[in-house]
Design a protein. Structure first.
Length: 299
């Protein structure tokens, strides 16, 4: 019999599947150290799912430590642990870009494996240079939220002439997947250059006429918002009738949300792999489905 362990998000998944749920008390001390306490009965379980999502306003580093501590702790009670991190932190450093930097996503995968997980699941991990399968030696699953983002826009608007725009070369995968769901072939990506020393980005506006088109910009992550801000400005320059922007992971660091809101776009929305005020697309059904599949495979 499987059990689900985690916070409120995990509880929702457990109730969808009618599975036993054990909460984690997520304590953070004033000095920022964390101490997740699994409120589990002292019996041994064959398998459990650890589903932990970053809390609103929680620092991503504190979340990571919390996740690893919970995983290590769970080993005392469970034989097989299936770890589910809706937003995989540190995944963007999926290569060594400058000499002396860490290959963070690979290191993170190693830490998770050493902490005892049997499988690892995340949503739309930013693994362009190294896939999730290459990062882990255990089984890993990369779930896509893009069809759900597409469904949201399809059911919320009567779009006459939609056009999809990707804010950088890497977004081509999301853009194509989104376009397929909307049954359209009209898409383009913007070429983005990053200065790896300063972190500054610049783009060149594609020479396309988007006059009268309803432009949807899709990306996996909005962190500082700089990439999305430039994409929105580009869409405007190309003549977009209006712009809708969406992302899987609303990291929304610094004042990203405030800056994006000043651009006068029709809507900005995201999934709830991280909690935020723009998280309109629920990923619990997607995760529940995966839990069901893993459960069947490993039981
Ligand atoms: C980069 O390749 C990613 O897909 C996102 O475009 C990027 O991480 C967004 O970061 P920011 O919001 O800081 O520009």
């Amino acid at each position: 019999m499987s059990t689900i362990v985690g916070g409120k998000f995990a509880e929702k998944v457990a109730s969808k599947l009618n599975l036993e749920y054990y909460p984690i008390e997520r304590r953070e001390y004033p000095d920022s150290e964390v101490c997740p306490r699994i409120q589990m009965q002292d019996s041994f379980h064959e398998q459990a799912f650890l589903i932990l999502r970053v809390r609103q306003e929680q620092n991503l580093n504190s979340y990571l430590i919390e996740f690893l501590l919970a995983l290590n702790n769970l080993k005392k009670y469970v034989e097989k642990i299936h770890a589910i991190m809706p937003y995989m932190v540190y995944a963007r450093q999926d290569a060594v870009f400058r000499k002396g930097e860490p290959f963070s996503s690979k290191i993170l995968a190693g830490l998770l494996e050493k902490s005892g997980c049997t499988t690892f699941t995340a949503c739309n991990t930013h693994s362009h240079r190294t896939s999730l399968k290459e990062l882990f030696s255990i089984k890993s699953y990369n779930l896509s939220v893009i069809p759900r983002l597409a469904k949201y826009v399809k059911t919320s608007y009567h779009l006459q002439s939609p056009f999809l725009l990707g804010p950088d070369d890497e977004s081509i995968h999301w853009v194509k997947e989104f376009a397929r769901k909307l049954d359209i072939d009209d898409y383009e990506i913007i070429h983005k250059e990053r200065d790896f020393e300063t972190g500054e980005i610049s783009t060149k506006t594609p020479e396309i006429d988007l006059d009268g088109r309803e432009v949807i910009i899709v990306d996996d992550i909005i962190a500082t918002g700089n990439t999305m801000v430039l994409a929105i400005k580009n869409a405007r320059k190309m003549g977009a009738k209006f712009v809708i922007a969406c992302t899987v992971h609303p990291v929304l660091a610094e004042n990203a949300l405030e800056r994006l809101k000043t651009l006068g776009i029709k809507e900005l929305y995201a999934s709830n792999t991280l909690p935020s005020s723009i998280s309109k697309v629920d990923v619990t059904p997607l995760i529940a489905q995966k839990v069901k599949e893993i459960n069947r495979e490993y039981e």
